[in-house]
Design a binder for this molecule. Structure first.
Ligand code: FES
Length: 171
């Protein structure tokens, strides 16, 4: 088996795996990275979404060999120490999650969208988030949270004000 090197949430990793093994299972079973979640297993619900080299990908259908030398970010890699990423904070403040099953993937798709397009319109949001299904129907709160981040609410000097339970992004 080849040795495949890449980074996960900024840390270098090295794993012996078949190039065709799905990234999801390499992360979870070989590397102990459980912040990436198992949903449908066939790339249809977006639960397993991570960001690879800037792109939101379905890790359950991504061969690990394709990420060699690359950078994988999971929801656990978004925060800066104790400071949540703006998208995470918007999710908290809007109580986006219901059962939570889909939310790691939803957040990663939202982050990938905002990294590419900091001011998405409704169509942009619909297109970017279309592959992330939510059986609880949290779509309205997801859209609200994305729009608040896009409007700068969580940027330094933005309108969001700390509360007792809120830690805002520091960068
Ligand atoms: Fe329950 Fe999305 S929050 S599936």
């Amino acid at each position: 088996m080849p040795t495949i090197n890449f980074t996960v949430d900024g840390k270098p990793v090295s794993v012996n795996a078949d190039n065709n093994e799905e990234l999801l299972w390499v992360l979870r079973d070989r590397l102990g990275v459980n912040s990436v979640k198992y949903g449908c297993g066939v790339g249809l619900d977006g639960v397993c979404t991570a960001i690879v080299n800037g792109q939101a990908v379905r890790t359950c259908i991504t061969p690990v060999g394709s990420v060699a030398g690359g950078h994988v970010t999971t929801v656990a890699g978004l925060s800066d120490g104790e400071h949540l990423h703006p998208v995470q904070q918007a999710w908290v403040d809007n109580d986006v999650a219901q059962c939570g099953y889909c939310q790691a993937g939803q957040i990663m798709s939202a982050v990938a969208l905002l990294n590419k397009n900091p001011h998405p319109n409704d169509d942009d949001i619909d297109k970017a988030m279309a592959g992330n299904l939510c059986r609880c129907g949290t779509y309205f709160r997801i859209r609200t949270a994305i729009k608040q981040v896009a409007a700068g609410k969580y940027a330094p000097g933005g309108e969001a004000k700390p509360t007792a339970n809120t830690v805002y992004y520091a960068k």
